[in-house]
Design a protein around this ligand. Structure first.
Ligand code: ZN
Ligand code: ZN
Length: 197
């Protein structure tokens, strides 16, 4: 197992080792090499992720692009695509997963089916673990050019995170950011109260 430093860091943040984390580490490593390491001190990196899977935790742990800082943007496209943009230059890199893992053996498929049906016998668990480890190893070792399609370009920057005033919801009394508020029965309310029948 090639537990390199990046993988260890991502696993510490994420809580477990899985194929998703391995994909995220590989994508983050490209962004670091191509964009982040070559950045000037006053330049910032923005990541746009097109899924919210395990891989995104590796992106957050390794690149420093996080939800809280506002430099991680989630687009719910269900795609393994990661775009990193340098601010203010707009220099960007788009990393799209194109690799197909090798097909599983009939035994692996059979044991996986049993696991999906709730079989947690030692034999099945051991096989599932081995299958995961095997896949992580493959992802960590496959050539970058086989794993991803990488495009470099210059783009228009996404808007920076803005701070909005907050308003007290007339129903629950909790504070809500102004652009997220709604009007219900002529009162300003938060979204959960608005949607609550
Ligand atoms: Zn995971
Ligand atoms: Zn409310």
């Amino acid at each position: 197992m090639t537990m390199n430093e990046d993988l260890i860091m991502a696993v510490e943040f994420h809580g477990h080792l899985c194929p998703g984390i391995a994909y995220g580490v590989r994508a983050a490593q490209i962004a670091i090499k191509e964009l982040i390491e070559k950045r000037a001190e006053d330049e910032e990196i923005v990541a746009i992720v097109e899924n919210d899977s395990c891989a995104v935790d590796a992106i957050q742990a390794l690149t420093g692009c996080t939800f809280g800082k506002g430099n991680l943007i989630f687009k719910d496209y269900g795609k393994q695509v990661y775009t990193f943009i340098k601010r203010p230059s707009g220099e960007a890199i788009r990393i799209a997963l194109t690799w197909e893992p090798p097909p599983e053996t009939p035994e692996e498929q059979c044991l996986w089916q049993r696991h999906m049906k709730g079989d947690i016998s030692p034999e099945v668990i051991k096989c599932i673990q081995e299958r995961k480890t095997k896949k992580v190893n493959l992802i960590m070792e496959v050539a970058e050019s086989e794993l991803f399609t990488v495009d470099k370009f210059t783009t228009i920057l996404p808007k920076t995170a803005r701070i909005f005033p907050s308003i007290k919801c007339a129903m629950c009394g909790e504070k809500v950011m102004e652009p997220r508020s709604r009007v219900k029965n002529r009162q300003i309310v938060c979204l959960p109260c608005f949607e609550d029948e």
